[in-house]
Design a protein around this ligand. Structure first.
Ligand code: URA
Length: 316
């Protein structure tokens, strides 16, 4: 085989990885998962979490208490407060680290428990977010912020697109490849579909403020981990306060779970309004299906359309 052939093969292999969404390295050493036999990726992380007292379950994001039972967070939240139908406030913090995220963490040797998720990053974020009196200052705070590990692999910070203040705010999961390159949320294929969906109910970019639960692209487009969403949370809370929306559309399970601090799946959550207080600001939040899911599952557009009509009605 000539050097040229080897090079061509490598280029082809890299292009294939790119198409699969594997477009950056998450660790210095490659992990050969086939050598691990029956042990699922992330098993070491799950084991460490199980052993840690009062750590969050990797499956649910809920805290472990005593003999391995899970419950929602017991202590008061730093910002989000979901008011259940009963009128009782339920608080907590949850976003499911996916198996692939756990695998990535295991591969890079990051054996953190989720207890105190966000950790020092969250306290730095809180300080910077509190100092910001305008969205522009919040953007500068984000640029200064070093406490979210996603920064290390992202090209740009994706803060928001659309209006500075709006009755409607849309919160998605995380920037993807196109967003990372453009430095703006929802500008790729899913974003284009989102724009069409909004246009269908008479909402243009100047009527809405669009953002995500994390501001940097997770490597390989994986779901952001609990630590990552928690470290960004103070910025998101401040953003909501500054934008002051009446309504928040939560697109997809990851955003809905993180903002509503629940472990329930999007299929159960979607199409139901939730009363929510974010840093003292009251909003009505509507979880719906993610446009990227709709691209893969066009039959689900019917459900999304129903949710959009609910939103239109509420705005009217
Ligand atoms: N998906 C999201 O959740 N957010 C984006 O910004 C792009 C795709």
């Amino acid at each position: 085989m000539t050097l040229g052939n080897v090079r061509d093969e490598l280029v082809e292999l890299l292009a294939w990885y790119g198409e699969l969404g594997v477009d950056c390295a998450v660790a210095d050493e490659a992990v050969d998962w086939l050598r691990h036999g029956d042990v699922a990726p992330g098993a070491a992380v799950r084991q460490a979490l199980r052993a840690a007292p009062n750590s969050r379950s990797p499956e649910t994001g809920a805290e472990r208490v005593g003999g391995g039972q899970t419950s929602r967070r017991a202590e008061a939240p730093p910002g989000f407060e979901v008011q259940r139908r009963s009128g009782k406030a339920a608080t907590g913090s949850a976003a499911n680290p996916t198996a692939s995220a756990a695998a990535a963490q295991a591969a890079s040797g990051l054996r953190q428990t989720a207890a105190g998720a966000g950790g020092q990053g969250a306290s730095e974020a809180r300080r910077l977010a509190e100092e910001a009196k305008t969205l522009e200052q919040l953007r500068l705070g984000l640029e200064e912020f070093e406490g979210c590990s996603l920064r290390a692999t992202a090209k740009n910070t994706c803060f928001y697109r659309g209006a500075e203040t709006a009755r409607l705010m849309i919160i998605g999961e995380a920037p993807g490849r196109d967003e990372d390159l453009a430095g703006k949320p929802f500008v790729g294929r899913a974003g284009k579909l989102l724009d069409l969906m909004l246009a269908a109910i008479g909402i243009g970019e100047s009527d809405v403020h669009i953002t995500n639960v994390v501001y940097w692209r997770p490597p390989g487009n994986r779901t952001p981990t609990l630590q990552e969403t928690e470290s960004c949370r103070p910025f998101l809370e401040r953003q909501v306060q500054l934008v002051a929306p009446e309504f928040v559309l939560l697109t997809g399970g990851a955003a809905a779970k993180s903002v509503l601090e629940t472990t329930e799946g999007i299929m159960r959550l979607r199409g139901k309004w939730k009363e929510l207080k974010i840093g003292g600001h009251h909003v009505r939040a509507l979880p719906t299906l993610h446009p990227a899911y709709l691209l893969r599952t066009p039959a689900a557009k019917r459900q999304a359309w129903r949710d959009l009509l609910m939103l239109r009605k509420a705005l009217d």
